[in-house]
Design a protein around this ligand. Structure first.
Ligand SMILES: C[S@@+](CC[C@H](N)C(=O)[O-])C[C@H]1O[C@@H](n2cnc3c(N)ncnc32)[C@H](O)[C@@H]1O
Length: 221
């Protein structure tokens, strides 16, 4: 990642770390209005539950959660998977600090700072890589697709959800005029067809769905 992009992402998530959870979980009326108007009511909590439901409650393998953010959606599930090994990685120290508050003290969970474009893990290290709301923030999306696939074991699962361009004019407007200039999202953004092609080149089984401007994917290596 370039220095300027590093700083933009670090600052953006430093400034938003205290409101991030409330907006995504629609805890107040403003957050609910924002989600309804700009995201067509797409419920991030419901999508997160769907993504997490792909990991069984008695799962015993290794999981990489990148970017883990504050762990707002994942903390309860990760804490409950006591017989698995979970690594939570994020670029922003501020977001990680919030995740530490939720996840410290659980020996099966490790938190670390890092860049999805240069993952500090050997090839074929994980049974599952989960990436929620990350790809629209990653500056080098192709590197992120390559790296998340590289660290997965054969038959490993790639589970992801993120914003895609071209599905909702209102969401595209918001991303272009606010979220990208603020550094919360980082262009270029992909369309569903572009993502379809990218994952088909890397995974043997692919399932993609869209909910307004959010795409979710369940893929097997
Ligand atoms: C919208 S948040 C999503 C966090 C969490 N998965 C969730 O759903 O709440 C996006 C996260 O991507 C992280 N991020 C941005 N670029 C990154 C990179 N190159 N490597 C790792 N994390 C990155 C940001 O620090 C931020 O925490």
């Amino acid at each position: 990642m370039g220095d300027i992009q590093e700083d933009r992402i670090r600052c953006a998530y430093h400034d938003s770390k205290n409101i991030y959870d409330s907006v995504l979980t629609q805890r107040n009326i403003f957050a609910r209005a924002y989600i309804k108007f700009f995201w067509g009511g797409t419920d991030d909590v419901a999508i997160a539950h769907k993504m997490l439901s792909f990991i069984p409650d008695n799962f015993t393998g290794s999981i990489l959660d990148v970017p883990c953010g504050t762990a707002v959606f994942t903390a309860e599930k990760w804490k409950s998977l006591q017989n698995s090994e979970i690594t939570c990685l994020d670029y922003s120290e501020d977001m990680l600090q919030q995740a530490h508050r939720q996840l410290d003290g659980f020996s099966h969970i490790t938190l670390r700072q890092g860049d999805v474009g240069a993952l500090p893990f050997d090839d074929q290290s994980f049974d599952v890589v989960i990436s929620m709301n990350g790809f629209h923030a990653f500056p080098d999306k192709m590197k992120a697709f390559d790296e998340t696939c590289r660290v997965l074991k054969p038959n490993g699962k790639f589970i992801a959800c993120f914003y895609i361009r071209g599905e909702s004019r209102r969401t595209d407007w918001l991303v272009h005029h606010l979220l990208a200039p603020k550094g919360w999202f980082t262009p270029p953004f992909q369309t569903k067809e572009e993502v379809q092609k990218i994952v088909a080149e890397r995974y043997s089984k692919v399932e993609l769905h869209t909910d307004n401007a959010m795409l979710w994917a369940l893929c097997e290596k």
